[in-house]
Design a protein. Structure first.
Length: 129
């Protein structure tokens, strides 16, 4: 929990520093335009990826298969969309990494391992109905 509080303090400070630096290099209006452009493009990509993941999950459930991979994809896409919605270059970069399927794979693997470890330790309890 401490690392989360630390991240909420450090990341905005870094974003402000990058805004000031980028504003001096390319100009403040270009910084604002790039923030808006990356936000719009990122949310559009997140929507497309989210709908594709939703279709794959529905197909898996129709075949009687639990959509575990699609759930993990959906979590990554959701977190990525939230990061893309917040203004900033660091959060946009992290958001694009989580939204794009070819860059999402390593984080998806890490998230699967994290959930599996928590389940094995009894921190997350899974009930199969």
């Amino acid at each position: 929990m401490r690392w989360l509080l630390l991240a909420f303090l450090i990341i905005p400070a870094m974003e402000i520093g990058i805004f000031i630096w980028a504003g001096g290099v390319i100009g403040p209006w270009w910084v604002v335009a790039s923030i808006l452009l990356t936000g719009i493009a990122g949310i559009s990509i997140a929507k497309i990826q989210g709908m594709e993941t939703w279709r794959r999950a529905q197909n898996s459930m129709n075949q009687g298969i639990m959509p575990a991979n699609e759930i993990i994809d959906g979590i990554c896409i959701f977190i990525g969309a939230v990061l893309l919605f917040t203004p900033g270059f660091i959060t946009d970069t992290a958001g694009f990494i989580l939204v794009l399927p070819f860059t999402r794979r390593p984080f998806k693997t890490l998230l699967q391992r994290f959930i599996k470890n928590r389940m094995n330790k009894g921190t997350i309890i899974y009930h199969k109905w």
